[in-house]
Design a protein around this ligand. Structure first.
Ligand code: BGC
Length: 473
């Protein structure tokens, strides 16, 4: 089950990440990716907007969850976050100055529909109109995610993702978004990382809404998978000239030892993390052969559901941070597998304790290119948290520069070998609210001082700008 692990105070060492036998890396320039390759940055509403009660916004499950004691480190909440709701205009100007041409952000469902369904909050529509219009004026292409984990609390009270009615609620929300913004927005993603929000939110209980166990998880998975396809159909129908995708958290998975039980455990983890939500959309059904413990999902299937789970997305969003190394674990319920943490394997890792493993993205790109029905891949998130410090008005985050370069080199290598990857978005533009970890982990190309809301472009932001300008680095 993928969850967000707690932070460790480790830095990664460049020399450790390069395998001495690794093939020669291609030269990393923007031009090497070709003119049509799309470059951008990614964010999400709850993580940056703040203004949690402003102008008619209703509460989301993250507003509720973060306000509960002990759920988020240091009792941090997204109430203010980066105050992007009020500062978006200056932030877009900064983005423009950094040469960023594609901006991925999500819509807050409860800002648009405070009760999840029914009454529309016109102030919410007006806010996103201003944001979209300024993007377009600046020549920045908006890429919208419909759902990045912040379900309206009013819907959670009715069962949230465990209630099949969500297919109708989500459909109405998707319709509103497509009708309101589809005249100008031509790049859409339905969901952000369904495995993470159902696994962490409805099985482990460590993310909002904090529910636990199979009784919640199994129906949440099925209804989410139905919404994934339904959202795609609605967007495509209402905005026929749009590129419609959806995004998945993906990690390259390997067995700890070349032993039968570890190999089988790794296959189960791979099915859970990398295939569970993708394959039904491709018409392949849930990977129940590997995930026997999930067979009870069939009880939630109604006649015709297999067809309803399918949607032919224009692109699949790949979100990759790390690799997972797996060992067989008899005592771990259901999956009988454990993830072996990077720290125990003596490999480099980031401030999230996630292994730095650039080759992982290379393997994933080939893996997903192997599905003949995936039209194209976009890396909708990749990045790293490091313990950045603001000193004398500067943030020298060389580790992040190294990380991005090493991962991009592997993206280029896969692309040159024929992987159908056509875009790359850095997570994230700004430091932001990192869910249960609060504000401690910093993922941004731009540093945020949360007491003053001062923005400072980090070395990685300068590097990305120069890279995008095609400077020889
Ligand atoms: C999520 C982001 C998150 C990032 C780093 C992705 O799983 O989409 O919301 O901040 O990873 O943890």
């Amino acid at each position: 089950m993928q969850q967000k692990p707690s932070m460790g105070a480790a830095a990664f060492c460049m020399t450790d990440t390069t395998n001495k036998q690794a093939p020669q890396q291609p030269v990393l320039t923007r031009a090497a990716f070709g003119d049509d390759f799309q470059w951008g940055v990614a964010t999400a509403a709850y993580q940056i907007e703040g203004a949690h009660t402003a102008e008619g916004k209703g509460p989301s499950i993250w507003d509720t969850f973060a306000s509960r004691k002990g759920k988020v480190k240091h009792s941090h909440t997204g109430n203010q976050a980066c105050d992007f709701f009020h500062r978006y205009s200056d932030d877009l100007l900064l983005m423009k100055a950094m040469g960023i041409q594609n901006f991925r952000f999500s819509l807050s469902w409860s800002r648009l529909l405070p009760d999840g369904t029914g009454k529309i909050n016109q102030a919410g529509i007006a806010y996103y109109n201003r944001l979209i219009d300024q993007c377009l004026e600046l020549g920045i292409t908006p890429w919208i995610t419909l759902y990045h984990w912040d379900l309206p609390q009013a819907l959670e009270i009715k069962g949230g993702w465990t209630n099949r009615d969500i297919v109708g609620w989500f459909g109405a929300y998707a319709t509103l978004c497509a009708n309101s913004f589809g005249d100008r927005v031509k790049h859409w993603m339905v969901l952000n990382e369904p495995m993470v929000f159902t696994g962490a939110g409805y099985f482990l209980g460590v993310h909002a809404p904090g529910r636990r166990g199979f009784g919640s998880f199994i129906p949440a998975v099925h209804h989410t998978a139905l919404c994934q396809a339904e959202g795609g159909r609605i967007l495509k129908q209402l905005v026929p000239d749009a590129q419609v995708g959806t995004t998945f958290s993906c990690s390259h998975v390997e067995p700890l030892r070349e032993q039968e039980n570890d190999i089988r455990a790794a296959k189960r983890v791979d099915a859970l993390l990398n295939r569970l939500f993708l394959e039904p959309a491709l018409g392949l059904g849930y990977p129940l052969e590997e995930l026997k413990f999930m067979r009870r999902i069939e009880k939630h299937m109604k006649p015709g559901d297999e067809e309803l789970l399918r949607f032919d997305f224009d692109f699949i969003g790949i979100q990759n941070y790390t690799r997972e190394v797996v060992r067989y674990a008899f005592w771990t319920p259901f999956i009988q597998a454990n993830l072996v943490p990077a720290k125990k394997r003596n490999v480099p890792y980031t401030h999230m304790n996630w292994e730095v493993y650039p080759e992982g993205i290379y393997h994933l790109l080939h893996k997903y290119s192997g599905y003949s029905t995936i039209r194209k891949l976009i890396i909708t998130e990749n990045g790293a948290a490091f313990p950045d410090e603001l000193r004398d008005g500067q943030v020298n985050d060389q580790q992040r520069v190294d990380f991005l370069q090493l991962y991009l080199q592997q993206v280029l290598r896969a692309r040159q070998e024929g992987a159908n990857v056509e875009g790359y978005f850095v997570w994230s533009f700004l430091d932001n609210f990192e869910w249960t970890e609060g504000y401690e982990p910093r993922f941004g190309l731009v540093h945020v001082d949360y007491s003053t809301q001062q923005r400072t472009v980090k070395s990685s932001g300068h590097w990305y700008r120069d890279f995008l300008r095609g400077h020889n680095l």
